[in-house]
Design a protein around this ligand. Structure first.
Ligand code: F6P
Length: 366
């Protein structure tokens, strides 16, 4: 991009799984850009809108009015259709993977966009990084309920997901105690245990199983039996969807032509059967699933989202591209996209893990 040319017009996109706070970022980016006299265009359904430019939404003050508190995204999103390996049907039920990135870059420039604010998790930001290498001036905004992105202490969406999961665990306590049952509650988080650990501790779980800590089911059963002997005839086990049973993850659906990631899910049911068999205690499983993505963003998530949105526009104005805005309290700063897309799992020596152990919560490894 010609660095002497003033910024006049920016695009904004939301990619990957939705996370509470996306609309707050869209609204903030729009308002801050308009304040600077820029035009803003929303690219619909991830970056799909750049293949069909009729799917570009002018973002005016009116277009973003009243959306800051809503979950979802007014732009739509997708975790399919990577432009560098775009699935094109061959007509026989199979697909070719075609690199359509040149077409996308051409359309971006044809629309007169000077920069792209890409709001996404590791998948979308990896694509954003590759587009940056092809000449699109891009600034990333870290979004995911999983909180698994490096470079930022928090992603927006996480706090709301933790609240949703904690409230669910709170509710299950009553019925678990009433029926003297064990409940295994499965939460999202992909290959990281952030949601499980935070919601499990906050919700008073008796055992928390996360991908970062290999566990033995026998250890969980012993914990349940110890509680039983002590007169506490119910237990709550929180398990992250990406935790491994016998060294393997439980998968709901394999990756396919258009989606590179497997869909995790089902570990709670597997564990519930095993716990019931080993302890003789009636055990139920509950999968919280997408309910964790649908709650209204908490004030914490809204504020992080808004600060990220404002920082993204500031970063574009500074012509600093190929970076992601990031929270490093009390600052919002920028980190190279290439570093940010590395996965951030729960450090085993972190205070949150130590806290769980010191409270006597079983993490499955002893
Ligand atoms: O990355 C966010 C997330 O909600 C993960 O926690 C979960 O594994 C995945 O997305 C679910 O994806 P989908 O919405 O495609 O089922």
């Amino acid at each position: 991009m010609d660095s002497s040319r003033p910024i006049r017009c920016i695009g904004v996109s939301t990619g990957g799984g939705d996370a509470p706070g996306l609309n707050a970022v869209i609204r903030t980016v729009t308002l801050c850009a308009i304040q600077r006299g820029w035009e803003v265009y929303g690219i619909k359904r991830g970056l799909e809108g750049l293949f069909d430019t009729r799917e570009i939404l002018p973002l005016t003050r009116d277009a973003v009015r009243g959306i800051g508190h809503l979950s979802g995204t007014i732009l739509g999103t997708t975790n399919r259709g990577n432009p560098f390996a775009y699935p094109v049907p061959k007509g026989d039920g199979t697909f070719d993977k075609v690199d359509r990135s040149d077409e996308l870059v051409k359309n971006f420039h044809r629309l007169g966009l000077d920069a792209l604010v890409s709001i996404g998790g590791d998948g979308s930001l990896t694509i954003a990084n590759q587009l940056g290498e092809k000449g699109i001036p891009v600034v990333g905004v870290p979004k995911t309920i999983d909180n698994d992105l490096s470079g930022t202490v928090l992603t927006f969406g996480f706090d709301t997901a933790v609240r949703a999961a904690t409230e669910a665990i709170d509710s299950l306590h009553a019925t678990a105690e009433a029926h003297e049952r064990v409940f295994v509650v499965e939460v999202m988080g992909r290959y990281a245990g952030w949601i499980a650990l935070h919601a499990g501790i906050a919700g008073g779980a008796d055992a928390i199983l996360i991908p970062e800590i290999p566990f033995q089911i026998e250890n969980v059963c012993r914990k349940i039996e110890r509680r039983q002997l002590a007169g506490r005839r119910f237990s709550i086990v929180v398990v992250a969807e990406g935790a491994q049973v016998g060294g393997e993850r439980v998968i709901k659906a394999e990756a396919d032509e258009s989606r590179t990631e497997v869909r995790l899910g089902g570990i709670a049911e597997v564990l519930a059967r095993e716990i019931e068999a080993q302890t003789g205690k009636e055990t139920r499983s509950v999968v919280l699933g997408h309910l964790q993505r649908g709650h209204r963003p908490t004030p914490t998530d809204r504020l992080i989202a808004m600060r990220f949105g404002a920082a993204a526009v500031r970063t574009v104005a500074d012509r600093q591209f190929g970076v992601m805005v990031a929270l490093d309290p009390p600052q919002v700063l920028t980190v190279p996209l290439s570093e940010a897309i590395r996965m951030k799992t729960v450090p085993l020596d972190s205070d949150i893990v130590v806290t769980a152990r010191e409270m006597g919560i079983c993490l499955g490894d002893d």
